[in-house]
Ligand binder design. Structure first.
Ligand code: HEM
Length: 466
């Protein structure tokens, strides 16, 4: 017994000694690694002006051409490493995701709410993701296809004959669908109040975080408080009625471990934020690309008319679109896929290294921001021949792994992607079978706000088309 104890102690002592030797050696070894190539620009300002004085994608593409698929820079006061190969994106977002935490400006965190899903890693994040995915998986959203259809038809009818700003109108459509997915049919009761507060809140997203009366930020914070009060009222009514709901609020309230009211409010505001402008921007780009590619528009229209014809021929009285119908739209689905690639509205995302990390012989220092550049990967001719060409047929063959990430990848990838695709298909069904549109004015420019958008939000005039 004594021998075993002595041997064990000896073993532990030796192991501790080796670990002692090894630990500083391994971190020193990392610290001695070179940083990726690139320039950090001017002290503090870094290369912020170079990034923002031109189309940011030109900045990323020219850096990649000069330094390769991993390079360093310094923007908005932060040292950054930008990566633009599928392997590096997979390393940061999937296989070593635990070494790279999500990071956002403090003002965004205050406005959306600290407890929103985007800002977390670990157990709390896993729990939230499970609840969000439960509400947005195909099984759950199958039941709201006809309600989305009603919202789409109402929107299209309200645009007819008018000169509209496509992006602004699409925002109203995607906002109403987001509310439907969160509050179910109750949404109509709260739509106007929620809309009023949310519109004030969003004006502050990119403002200076100065919380003094009169500032945009202050107004936003006030609107945020009011939003939380409206949500508290909705929660109280639901608790009183004790009914089960399959929407997002139902999923949050039905969790046995329970979310606090504050956690629910932060995540509902967060989901509206994630769902609205993203989907509205993609829809705006779809209208632009369809307008520029009449043969593609014709093919989509024909596909959608064939669905209408099949419904007319069938005996069922209810002619509303179904989930199954939306699975019979491969051409339209490819138009959506190709638009997500060409427009790449989220050109990149942000992470922060939680410790010194080695990647391909380079050091990614702890605390540095790491930006996987989705757009560069989507626009690489290695993976997408003639990358600037809008060609939905390229998706008849599945893209290579990790080369197509419009909804991100890994632990924080988009849980709303099925809903986003569904609402776009439903809107396109009614748009192409009943209407035609003309773009007003020459619209070749792109604006960033913060997503890439056709200039002036793509003003169009819509008319009915039999
Ligand atoms: C075409 C429209 C959309 C696009 C292109 C898009 C894209 C993305 C991307 C790239 C991410 C990952 C960001 C990262 O890794 O840092 C993300 C996350 C997220 N998206 Fe979407 N999204 C869209 C629509 C939606 C919709 C409709 C919803 C909700 C109904 C939604 C909810 C979310 C949420 C909650 C997250 C955070 C997930 C997490 O942190 O675990 N998105 N989205």
């Amino acid at each position: 017994m004594e021998l075993i104890t002595t041997s064990l102690l000896c073993f532990l002592a030796c192991s501790a000694f080796f670990l002692f030797l090894l630990k500083p050696f391994s971190s020193n070894k990392r610290a001695n690694l070179p940083l990726p190539p690139g320039s950090l620009g001017w002290p503090y300002i870094g290369e912020t002006f170079q990034l923002y004085s031109q189309n940011p994608n030109v900045f990323f593409a020219s850096k990649q051409k000069r330094y390769g698929s991993i390079f360093k820079t310094h923007i908005l006061g932060c040292p950054c490493i930008m990566i633009s190969s599928p392997e590096a994106a997979k390393f940061v977002l999937v296989t070593r995701a635990h070494l790279f935490k999500p990071t956002f400006p403090a003002s965004k965190e205050r406005m959306l709410g600290k407890q929103a899903i985007f800002f977390h890693q670990g157990d709390y994040h896993i729990k939230l993701r499970k609840l969000v995915l439960r509400a947005f998986m195909p099984e759950a959203i199958k039941n709201i296809v006809s309600d989305i259809e009603t919202i789409a038809n109402d929107s299209l009818q309200s645009w007819e004959g008018r000169l509209i700003n496509t992006f602004q109108e699409m925002k109203t459509f995607t906002f109403n669908v987001a509310l439907l997915s969160i509050f179910g049919k109750d949404e109509i009761l709260y739509r106007e109040d929620l809309k009023r507060c949310y519109f004030i809140l969003e004006k502050g997203y990119n403002s200076m975080p100065i919380n003094l009366p009169g500032t945009l930020f202050h107004k936003s914070m006030k609107a945020r408080k009011e939003l939380a009060q409206i949500l508290a009222k909705i929660l109280a009514t639901r608790r009183q009625n004790q009914q089960d709901h399959s929407d997002l609020l139902g999923s949050f309230m039905g969790d046995k471990e329970g979310l606090t009211d504050e956690q629910i409010a932060d995540n509902i505001i967060g989901v509206i934020f994630a769902a609205r402008d993203t989907t509205a921007s993609v829809l705006t780009w779809i209208l632009k690309y369809l307008g520029e590619n009449p043969c593609v528009l014709e093919a989509v229209t024909e596909e959608q008319r064939s669905i209408l014809r099949a419904k007319e021929e069938c005996d069922e009285e209810n002619k509303a679109l179904t989930w199954a119908d939306t699975k019979r739209m491969p051409i339209t689905a490819r138009v959506i896929q190709e638009t997500l690639r060409v427009a790449s509205i989220l050109s990149f995302t942000f992470r922060e290294a939680v410790e010194d990390v080695e990647y391909q012989g380079y050091l990614i220092p702890k605390g540095w921001k790491v930006l996987p550049l989705f757009r560069n990967i989507h626009h690489s001719s290695d993976f997408f021949p003639e990358p600037e060409k809008f060609d939905p047929s390229r998706f008849m063959v599945a893209p290579k792994p990790n080369t197509y990430m419009p909804f991100g990848n890994g632990t924080h990838s988009c849980p709303g992607n099925e809903l986003a695709k569904l609402e776009m298909l439903v809107l396109l069904h009614h748009l192409t079978t009943k209407y035609r549109w003309t773009v007003v004015g020459a619209q070749n420019g792109i604006q960033y706000g913060p997503f890439a958008l056709p200039q002036n939000g793509l003003p169009i005039r819509l008319r009915s088309h039999s």
